[in-house]
Each structure stands twice: as C-alpha cells, then as structure tokens.
Design a protein around this ligand. Structure first.
Ligand code: DOR
Ligand code: ZN
Ligand code: ZN
Length: 349
C-alpha cells in the first residue's frame, strides 16, 4: 500500500461562505490545509476594510478549537474601489484583490461589479495593488462581446485571453493569478507569461469535461457538475492534467471549492459551483498517481502556491494512504463533488 506524506497543503482559492454554511464547510478546508485564500464574494461582497476585518473574525471564530489555520483575506474589485480604499483593506489584512467580472458568477452583481473591458478604468487600483504587493486574482471569463451579446459559456475563457494579455503587458510588477484554468489556450498564455503570472488548477477540472455537465446544445444535464468556468473538451482537460503533473512552478492547486445548498443546485438555472474540498486532495493524488508522478504532488499542493504567495511552506505534514473510501453524497444538505463514488487515497492524519 502506498502512502504519501506531504507538507500541509495550501488552497489558493476557496469559497468559505458565511453563517451556517461557513460553520459546515470550514473544517474540510481548515483540518487539511494550513492556509487558504478565502474569496470575498459573500452576499454582500467584501469591498471595505471593515468588511475584511469582520469576515476574518467570522472565519477565525468558526475554526475548530486548536486550529492554526491561516485564512488569506481577499477584497472584491467592485465599482466603488479606489487606491485609497484598497490600501485600507490591505491594512485590515487583505492580501488578495479578487476580480469576478460583473454578472458572471455567484454574487458578482451587474450593478456593483466591474466588467473585463471596464478594467482599464481601474488601472490606478491595479497599480496600487502592485505597490502594496497584493495579488490580483481573477476569474477570466468574458461574458459579453463588443455588441453586448452574451457569449456561450464554453467560449468565455478563450475570449478573455486578449484582455488578460493586455493586463499582463501593462503590469509587470503586479502578481497576477489566473484562476481555475480550463483551456489549453489559457494554459499556453500563462506558460508564456513572465514570472509574476501564475494559475490555479482545481480538482474538478482534472476530472470533468463539458459532456459531464451539458448536452451538445448547452443544456445542463448534471447540475452538480456545473461550475464556472464550465469544464471544456477532452483535449482541454488533458492539457490541464498534463500541466498539473508537469511540475511547472507557476501552476498550483486552488480548489475553487464552492458550496451551494442542494436546493440552489436543483434550481433552473442551477447555482454554479462545486463543493470539492472534502475530496479534492484524494482526487489530486489519484490523478498524479495515474500519470506516474505522485512524487510531484507535494510541489503542486504544498510548495508552488506558498512560494508564489510569499508564504513559508508548512512545517506540519499530512498523510494520504492508498485506501478506497466512499465520498458522502452531501454534508448538511450541501452536495459534495464525486458524492457516492469511491475514491482512492484517504487523508489519514
Ligand atoms: O462556479 C463558480 N462558483 N464559479 C465562481 O466563479 C464562483 C463560485 C461560487 O462562488 O459559487
Ligand atoms: Zn472563478
Ligand atoms: Zn471561485
């Protein structure tokens, strides 16, 4: 039986939510990861210093007792953002400026959000982020074309590329995260970019393809697998997998674990987001093992992320053992990714 001991991992992208959901989901992140970037797309998106402080306290007080989990706080790029406000949020503990384009995903409203083309109006904010050493972490999907026509979901990441390229070439001093890459083309953009640009890869995008989510007409056939960006073609998934196991230091783990109650997942259209942290590391281990690179997993989950974020690698460790276990269908009414299925590798300590 194989077992693998790795430094406690880092989740560079997680949605911990608030209130009761926070209490339910937090242990699945905090018991495993030494730290995680807590995204601020709450019902009232985090956009001020006071909200950063309050949310940080909320997370810390929901932690299991004795936990030394360290949340990395984020602030959302919303219409109200200025360099001054950004600096205040930084002083309140925010290390990440998070960008979800307006009206493209959970709690990114059309009225307060910023679209990708509007980013050019926020260059002073991005320059301030660079000065402060904050990380600009973005969900790179273009929702509407120049004629304001909605772009099909499968094309949104590719069509964001020219805009992202512009930001990369205008901000050589800004640390830029390309969240949850799902296309071969986006992966190439990140590889070709300078060292201030990195990308996260989720567990679910290592496993899913568009056919697991929607039919050829784009109708959602499995809402539990529905997230943004939606999983793409087989070729794209192979590029994601090959890149993850390749040992490239600018591609590392970020779960994008995004819990929604079953009622929201059953709605039409369903809420986008996959609650994956209870199973994410097991999946990553399985994929790395299948490719013959289990020895590279530790860099992907525990090394490259902290390195890019300027965090120390955890001195604590966890052990994954090769042992099948059945993933629960749901936890407190929140469906879990791969629920009901058996997965190899269980975290035993
Ligand atoms: O699928 C997603 N869910 N994509 C996002 O960008 C947001 C996330 C959420 O917060 O539910
Ligand atoms: Zn996202
Ligand atoms: Zn996310």
């Amino acid at each position: 039986m194989e077992s693998l001991r790795i430094s406690r991992p880092f989740d560079a992208h997680v949605h911990l939510r608030e209130g009761d959901i926070l209490k339910t989901v937090l242990p699945y992140t905090a018991d495993v990861f030494f730290s995680a970037v807590a995204m601020g797309n709450l019902k009232e998106p985090i956009s001020t210093a006071e909200q950063v402080r309050v949310y940080r306290e909320q997370i810390l007080s929901a932690l299991p007792s004795g936990s030394n989990f360290m949340p990395i706080m984020s602030v959302m790029l919303q219409k109200n953002m200025t360099p001054e406000i950004l600096e205040q949020t930084f002083e309140a503990g925010a290390q990440v400026l998070k960008f979800i384009p307006a009206a493209t995903s959970t709690n990114s409203s059309a009225s307060n959000g910023v679209t990708i083309p509007e980013l050019r109006n926020y260059y002073p904010v991005l320059a301030k982020a660079a000065d402060l050493g904050m990380i600009f972490s973005g969900h790179w999907e273009l929702a509407r074309d120049a004629g304001n026509v909605e772009i099909p979901e499968l094309e949104r990441e590719r069509l964001a590329i020219p805009w992202l390229r512009g930001i990369i070439s205008d901000f050589s001093e800004l640390k830029i995260m390309v969240e949850h890459v799902t296309t071969a083309e986006m992966i190439e953009v990140v590889k070709a970019a300078p060292d201030n640009v990195a990308a996260t890869i989720t567990a679910h995008h290592l496993m899913l393809e568009a056919k697991d989510v929607m039919d050829p007409s784009g109708r959602i056939i499995n809402s539990l697998n529905y997230c943004k960006p939606v999983a793409k073609t087989h070729r794209d998934r192979m590029a994601v997998v090959e890149t993850a196991v390749s040992g490239h230091p600018r591609f590392f783990f970020g779960s994008d674990s995004a819990p929604h109650p079953i009622s929201a997942k059953r709605r039409i259209p369903p809420a986008a987001g996959i609650f994956s942290d209870p199973v994410a590391l097991s999946i990553v281990a399985q994929v790395f093992e299948e490719r013959g690179f289990l020895n590279r997993m530790k860099n992907f989950t525990s090394g490259f992320g902290p390195q890019f974020y300027g965090l120390p690698i955890s001195q604590e460790t966890i052990v994954l053992e090769e042992r099948y276990w059945r993933v629960p269908e749901s936890i407190d009414g929140i469906p879990v990714f791969m629920g009901g299925k058996a997965v190899k590798y269980q975290i035993v300590s």
